[in-house]
Write a protein that binds this ligand. Structure first.
Ligand code: PMP
Length: 424
């Protein structure tokens, strides 16, 4: 039996998790109490960007109010303080995704910049040659298609594509057929932002590694929803954006195994990434600084660390269970709406639901429902090949975070009925 002294120890344990209560959690997000068009905001565009808790907003305020200085440069108090906060945020990211070392964590602007960095450095490194091939999937975000095309244009690199079936599930049985002696990289999305599909990345990595091919995983939609362990997955690269996981915009992460990052040339040149500079030749810093030219988004990096602290203050499985409950409830309710079709019906899905309604353009759904304060995404979601697969110009999309409620799903359904009534 525990005595009171034991209980006190447990209460003081900084790793103790807060019990998840969605109504209590919502109080952490100031924006969720605002009105839009005279109605309480119902924010259902979390796959595009998430809202920020006070703890993250406060860390930006704290930094700019009391700690602002440039990092890695000054020997004075404030510069050392800012450097320490920034580097401790890097350590938090390392722990968050369980990287082997903090030097494998590169701060970038976001997932898009991370992939552009890799595409450019790979192309410069000689790793890609004329006729090299990169395997992506049919459900990639444009950020995992276009950088490869731009960087590799002069080399005539070919993208080969893992297709998906009518449910929006990758046909990974096709992957071995796509691999050949020219394949240099497999680059796939962990969770699709358009379909919600959770892809079997572990299996993809296993198949690619059997053929000695490195794998990049686009984790933009997975880190906000589920714990990720890059060593356990054994991916070679992993990228994500802070703003989709409750941190500010303009900060994101490229994780890469030292084995690769060490060999890749710098992406950009400038301050902080050099060891020596002369007019004849310059030499570069070790990881991670080699890839971090110029003054970075210091406040953003520190606030990303605060977002990680915030997520870690909960039992993440409880957050996931709540999001799953929202997904299941919303799916059931949406399916009962006449003329509504869900696009993306994979067996394993995250809380992202794309849909269309017969005879109503998605833009009309989005515009009308906005008058009720409901923020829904409409468009191609930067996944034009997905739209092409289904023969659609666009879909409407509801994507949930752990601060969304069942009552908000009910309001969404009510709003959809209102839209349908207007069109009838
Ligand atoms: N990949 C996926 C799966 C995404 O959902 C997004 C953002 N919608 C990106 C990449 C690009 O992220 P960012 O615009 O933050 O760089």
């Amino acid at each position: 039996m525990k005595n009171t002294a034991d209980s006190a120890i447990i209460l003081n344990d900084s790793t103790a998790k807060k019990k998840f209560d969605v109504y209590r959690v919502r109080e952490d997000f100031p924006i969720l109490s605002r009105l839009v068009n005279g109605k309480p905001l119902i924010y259902l565009d979390n796959a595009a960007t998430t809202q920020k808790p006070s703890q993250v907003i406060e860390s930006l305020h704290q930094y700019y109010s009391y700690e602002n200085a440039n990092i890695h440069r000054g020997l004075y108090f404030l510069s050392e303080l800012a450097t320490e906060s920034y580097e401790s945020a890097r350590l938090k990211v390392k722990e968050f995704i369980n990287a082997m070392s903090a030097s494998e964590i590169i701060f970038v602007r976001g997932a898009t910049e991370a992939i552009n960095l890799l595409a450019t450095s790979f192309a410069r490194s000689g790793f890609f040659t004329q006729g090299s091939e990169i395997i992506v999937s049919e459900m990639e975000h444009h950020a995992n298609i276009v950088p490869w095309q731009i960087a590799a244009e002069s080399l005539g690199i070919k993208l080969r594509v893992i297709p998906f079936n009518e449910n929006g599930e990758l046909m990974i049985e096709k992957l071995p057929e796509l691999i050949n002696k020219n394949t240099k990289l497999v680059s796939v999305v962990h969770i699709s932002n358009a379909l919600g599909t959770i892809n079997p990345v572990r299996e993809i990595i296993r198949i690619a590694h059997e053929n000695a091919i490195p794998v990049l995983v686009d984790g933009s939609q997975s880190v906000p929803h589920m714990p990720v362990d890059v060593q356990d997955l054994d991916c070679d690269f992993f990228v994500f954006s802070g703003h989709k996981m409750f941190a500010p915009t303009g900060i994101g992460i490229l994780y890469g195994k030292t084995l690769y990052l060490d060999k890749l040339p710098p992406y950009q040149g400038g301050g902080d990434m050099i060891r020596t500079v002369s007019f004849e030749k310059s030499t570069f810093e070790d990881l991670p600084h080699k890839f971090e030219a110029g003054t970075p988004n210091i406040a953003g990096g520190i606030a990303l660390g605060s977002a990680i602290d915030y997520l870690n203050s909960f039992d993440r499985m409880e957050l996931l269970q709540h999001e799953d409950a929202l997904l299941n409830y919303a799916t059931e309710k949406l399916l009962s709406v006449r003329g509504l079709r869900i696009i993306g019906t994979a067996k394993t899905k995250a809380s992202v639901i794309s849909f269309i309604i017969e005879g109503i353009h998605p833009y009309d759904i989005g515009t009308i429902i906005d008058t009720d304060g409901i923020a829904l995404r409409t468009g191609h979601h930067c996944t034009q090949p997905v739209m092409k697969h289904f023969g659609l110009p666009a879909t409407a999309r509801a994507s949930f975070a752990f601060y969304n409620t069942i009552e908000e799903v009910d309001s969404l359904i009510k709003g959809i009925h209102k839209v349908i009534k207007m069109f009838n």
